[in-house]
Design a protein around this ligand. Structure first.
Ligand code: HEM
Length: 181
């Protein structure tokens, strides 16, 4: 994934655990780079290794880390120069959810090797959605839960996310039920 993602993971760990802990996790994850370059693509293994090493070193479930990272990603992009993109994507939570594909398509204009996820959103009632996440990557179910909760922070809403399961037996397609109040 792009260096931007690894940089966010690094900042997330430094902010929550401190610089020294990051150095240990970085070493454990086999990260050789002095610093990540936001606009450079890196092998996905690097991102997965950072989460794996953090899980091992901190004794935390990797999925809990991914969810926390998802929440952090929204705060991170707001201060890392992507606030305008978030603003453009929608002024309300449902509008935003319906614009996620457009937003990543826009991002792909500058991040030309982006392998963006795709989302599909269907209203069940005025405050409940069926939400689908389709990806080329495995293992990021709880990252998406965190992202949705991070959007809840942004819109000052309480978000409930229930994981429904795989879609049509496809390993990296997932369905959620999302409600907000
Ligand atoms: C301005 C805000 C955002 C920016 C700049 C951004 C950018 C990116 C980038 C660079 C990647 C790495 C993909 C790659 O390197 O191939 C990525 C992945 C991803 N993004 Fe976004 N994103 C933003 C907001 C969001 C939001 C709000 C969501 C969902 C609610 C989201 C969902 C995801 C997911 C799930 C992935 C993991 C990749 C995968 O499943 O294959 N992103 N995004």
């Amino acid at each position: 994934m792009y260096g931007l993602v690894n940089k966010a993971a690094q900042d997330f760990i430094i902010e929550s655990q401190g610089e020294e802990t990051w150095e240990i996790i970085k070493e454990k994850a086999g990260v050789k780079e002095e610093a990540f370059v936001s606009m450079q693509p890196y092998p996905d293994e690097i991102t997965y290794n950072i989460v794996g090493a953090a899980s091992e070193h901190l004794g935390l479930d990797a999925n809990d880390i991914l969810e926390g990272f998802g929440v952090y990603w929204i705060r991170f992009t707001m201060v890392e120069g992507y606030a305008h993109l978030l603003d453009l994507a929608g002024g309300t939570f449902p509008e935003f959810l319906n614009n996620l594909n457009n937003m990543h398509a826009h991002i792909a204009q500058s991040f030309t090797e982006l392998k963006p996820p795709t989302f599909y959103c269907e209203e069940i009632d005025s405050k409940t959605f069926k939400f689908e996440y389709h990806s080329e990557r495995p293992g990021l179910v709880r990252f998406v839960v965190g992202l949705l909760k991070g959007l809840g922070e942004r819109f000052d809403l309480k978000i409930n996310v229930e994981y429904i399961g795989n879609i049509d037996g496809k390993e990296n397609s997932h369905e959620y039920r999302v409600s907000y109040e």
